[in-house]
Write a protein that binds this ligand. Sequence first.
Ligand code: FDA
Length: 396
Amino acid sequence: MGHVRRMEFDTVILGAGAAGLMCAAHCGGRVLLLDHAGKPGEKIRISGGGRCNFTNTGCEARHFLSANPHFAKSALARYTPWDFVSLVSDHGIAWHEKTLGQLFCDGSARQIVDMLVGLVRQAGAELWLDTSVEGLARSATGFDLRLTREGKAVAVTARRVVVATGGKSIPKMGASGFAYDIARQFGLSVTNTRPALVPFTFPEGRFAPLSGVALPVRARAAAGPAFDEALLFTHRGLSGPSVLQVSSYWREGEAVAFDLLPGQQALPMLRAARAEAGRRGLGRVLSGPLPARLAEAVAAELHLTGNLADLSDAVLGRVAERLHDWQVVPGGTEGYRTAEVTLGGISTEGLSGQTMEAKEIPGLYFIGECVDVTGWLGGYNFQWAWASAMAAARAI
Ligand code: FDA
């Protein structure tokens, strides 16, 4: 047997992503932050199209899905979007609001990663990359960890362990169910998990001819709230912010409803068009308020190819209804390959909402996306990562 180095820390944080970096930057003591990847904060780097939608100024508990909708309230109230904005501004990072309270870097998401890594270093924490966890067990004083660091075995002891290894989305980037495995090992329950904030797919390339068409809609899945955001047709199916939002509420076999003319009145508009230009076809008339390719597809779907003048009020009523309540049943989703987040996770029943510590396992904490708290699209998931990390850091 070769010599195995043994090192002692107060706190070991597993996962140098959004939550792990934030926690390591603020918790104090002798801290080891480790990650199996070769770089920290990779999801931050690719987030928000490279500009990182790092928070949302309107953040409230209602923007999160969880078996316990109250769980996130305490952490979110004690670390607000404006707390993170101060941090960002103090570091000279310029930002702007894009839409709906969503704050983005003017420059690059890398600035957020660099800021957090800088804070981790300033706090005196060790950052070990290319490091994997082979084993984690309780000891008399806390926890024993067996690690492999750059191919070498290292034994580490810690009074506390913070699990911040995220969810299962984007396996290509090293995402795995690691946090859930640890939770189960220590007797915590894990809810069903599924890809969320993910595009819908349809069999037989149903929408491929419309690929590239985009428009503002109001979208709704059976169980969820309505989202007024853009819809985008792709060669695989439907995407865009409205679709990503409703995907978190959608279940297999269910229909998704789109109001293709949100805030408008289709029937009076169609009647007026019939009166003014009755010799036009429906597709041509709809290509005023709708993108032309979609307008023609809707007319074809309704088998209405003649002149508008030939359509009765009843038929126009059906057209209007279809425009305001266009229902489609997705075949599925693109899955974890492209999902922005994992819905569900470690059950909040076993965790303290004040500190994120496991109620039955003193010293073991779970923060960030691995917990059963999943935000809407729009900076909410990062705000949860920051806030849950701060809840743990303050307790540590
Ligand atoms: P995160 O995934 O950030 O970090 C987990 C870390 O643990 C990773 O560094 C990983 O390598 C490491 N790890 C995993 N398993 C391990 C193991 N077994 N051993 C050691 N280390 C391990 N949210 C938002 O609010 N605004 C946005 O703009 C976006 N944009 C966006 C784009 C894309 C493409 C994706 C995929 C996601 C987003 N998100 C987002 C979601 C956001 O990125 C996500 O919710 C947070 O990064 C979650 O933070 P965590 O720290 O919990 O996990």
